[in-house]
Design a protein around this ligand. Sequence first.
Ligand code: MN
Length: 486
Amino acid sequence: MLDVLKKLEEEGYEATIGLEVHVQLNTVSKIFSADANHETEEANTHVSVISLGHPGTLPVLNAQAVEKAVLMGLACGSQISRYNTFDRKSYFYPDLPKGYQTTQDKTPICIGGKIPLFGTNLLQEQVELHHIHLEEDAGKSIHDEEAGTLIDLNRAGTPLIEIVTNPSVAGPDEAAACLQEIRRMVRYLGIGNANMEKGELRCDANISIKKKGDSLLGEKVEIKNMNSFSHVRKAAIFELERQLALKLAGEPVVVETRTFDPATGQTYGMRFKETMNDYRYFPCPDLPPVILDDQYLAGLQPRANENPRVYRQRLTQKYQLSDYDLGILTEEKETAQYFEALCQQGVEPKSAANWMNGPLRSLLNEEGKNLSEIAIGTQQLAELIKLVEEDKLVYQTAVQQLLPKLPKATKSPLKLAEELNLLVSEDKAELEAIVREVLISLPKETEAFRKGKKKLLGLFIGEVMKKSRGKANPKVVQQELLKALN
Ligand code: MN
């Protein structure tokens, strides 16, 4: 358990953490207009009169945004609202010139549900959700030293889902794990890119502490707009420690919004939270209600099942992987699918996991590519693994010389190995000659081995392998060496 949680417990306190996670959806166009919804270099180029909320313009709800929100809800096991409306939440900010945000936060499309957590030593298996709602993003203020503050409204009207957890996240590690799983889910479902450094996934955390057993929650501090897992974790640790210190000193915890500075690892007060926000919510008169029926939801269920929890369950049951292998192989859907395809080609699960997490991963890192870009088919890799397992190809030779050639290969690994003269040599006489040669060239070591320094066997094997240019079968080499030495 984290030190800060132990300290809280010792003093008779407990932590209350809730998360509000905004995720940008990767729809083709914005949530209420035909403006393109993708990154662009030039500011204010994807901004129509609808995104600006000009009088007389009519927003139209993007069906893709609804579909993606429902996919996330189904994957979380939420209850999906059949009757959906939007409100106008009125406030002014330079990046929201129309004066209101169109949001669903009072009538969310998904109610309840849970985010499963995956990791070691976590205090809970899942985090319960309060709801998931749809809304639009605002524009961006860019603070430029020379030009002052500039406004880019390209982001205004980008569809968002806001995932709101119950205040039941057990601690800083669990908050980070929850966020990680949300990112995995968004990517598995294909509803967003969820790059935190680009602001496509942003997290606010509500943190308070209270005396154990108190029914009322403590004074809540909201930490805004964190864009990395580790920031969320560090901010929560810092904030819990800060609040406990205040309580122990008999000082009040001020209800406020704070910001986390990664450079110092501390949170700082931004502004006092108004006790009563007056957003003057009222139903958006321009958007008719959207009604979702059973058939619509049933149609989306198969796609919602393409989520990390389902993959983890299946891979665990079918292939008995270690938690370590499971974690790496299910981090991305492409990796999990590639692994399953390798196993279907007849490769043993443990062997498939080792090849994927070892040599294949190294090759991907070297080339700076991901699995879908590298163009090594599972059939190709399965054949390569089979050649090694049948002792037709030496492992090192396969990894160092053949594997890197597979992406551009037009021939099968066997044909390629034949052509490059890499297959294990069956020529016994040739091998015996090499063994003799090696032992003659190392008279002192040979003598020492015969006197009992058995560790030298490795050296002899290495020399023979070198001389045979990686074509000798290591097992046969060992046999031949022992025969010659004894
Ligand atoms: Mn929001």
